[in-house]
Design a protein around this ligand. Structure first.
Ligand SMILES: NC(=O)c1ccc[n+]([C@@H]2O[C@H](COP(=O)([O-])OP(=O)(O)OC[C@H]3O[C@@H](n4cnc5c(N)ncnc54)[C@H](O)[C@@H]3O)[C@@H](O)[C@H]2O)c1
Length: 254
């Protein structure tokens, strides 16, 4: 297997990290099939194909994965980047319905995609999976309890999947980004800044100040790590949860 002959499936391909990853995998020669619940206005040149998919629809996940397997003969790489943020005032004010909504997309949706592609890779006895979790999976916060819990679920499912699929020559890893300059953070900053541009900038500065490198990541910096983890030369790496976070979680020193 060379990097150039691979079939790659990227979920969340219409979003910041998914699109940057699809572009990177395409530039390494892979044939990239994108999936997202939002279809792009025009298919970008790095996608060979696009399938509209809501990951909360288990039957649609099964049909889409089976369709890609049938049309392309294999799925060598899965990058699962589809996800939503969700924000609540604090844990004690969080309705269970909001917790369930975020879990349905980020946790159960991830589980369905990972299981279905895992079955394909198990049968072909090769493959590489990277799910996009978050540093939030390893942190407590007042206002993102459903999100953090859902990303912790992604981490744990991926560890178990790495265990299950190791004997089948399939690697399973997660990346855990800190804040990344994508629509997801635009949405968060707008809310935190109550719609005012200066409030938006204040929210970004406050978050960046919690990161030793002092800035957010660009989507392609996350994509570069995903490309590394899915490179055939790195096939012995499995069960990792790799922070791509400019040192976030180290603390800021004394
Ligand atoms: N931006 C950040 O700061 C950040 C940090 C850590 C982790 N992440 C994670 O990275 C991943 C990508 O996020 P992004 O920052 O590129 O945000 P984004 O909003 O630009 O992209 C997310 C994509 O997921 C798609 N999506 C949402 N719900 C879906 C569903 N039910 N079915 C199919 N597709 C769905 C959206 O349509 C969108 O295209 C997410 O899992 C997110 O949680 C983002």
């Amino acid at each position: 297997m060379t990097a150039a002959s691979r079939i790659a499936l990227v979920t969340g391909s219409s979003g910041g990290i998914g699109a940057a990853t699809a572009e990177r995998l395409h530039s390494s020669g892979a044939v990239v099939v994108g999936c997202d619940r939002t279809a792009p206005d025009e298919r970008p040149p790095w996608l060979a194909d696009f399938r509209e998919l809501d990951v909360t629809d288990e039957q649609a996940v099964q049909a889409t994965v089976a369709g890609i397997r049938e049309d392309y003969g294999a799925i060598d790489v899965l990058v699962h980047a589809a996800g939503v943020l969700g924000e609540v005032p604090d844990l004690l004010a969080t309705p269970s319905s909001e917790f369930a909504r975020v879990m349905a997309i980020n946790a159960t949706g991830s589980f369905s995609v990972l299981r279905e592609v895992g079955l394909v890779m198990q049968a072909q006895r090769s493959g590489s999976i990277v799910a996009v979790a978050s540093v939030a999976a390893k942190e407590a916060r007042h206002a993102y309890v459903p999100y953090n819990a859902s990303k912790a679920a992604v981490l744990n499912v991926c560890w178990s999947l790495a265990l299950t699929l190791g004997p089948d020559n399939v690697s399973v890893n997660t990346v855990c980004p800190g804040p990344v300059n994508t629509a997801m953070w635009d949405q968060l900053a707008t809310r935190a800044g109550e719609g005012a541009p200066e409030g938006d900038q204040r929210a970004r500065r406050a978050r960046a100040a919690q990161i030793p490198m002092g800035r957010f990541a660009e989507p392609d910096e996350v994509a570069a790590t995903i490309a590394f983890l899915t490179d055939p030369a790195n096939r012995y790496l499995t069960g990792l949860s790799m922070d791509v976070a400019g040192g976030a979680r180290l603390g800021m020193g004394s």
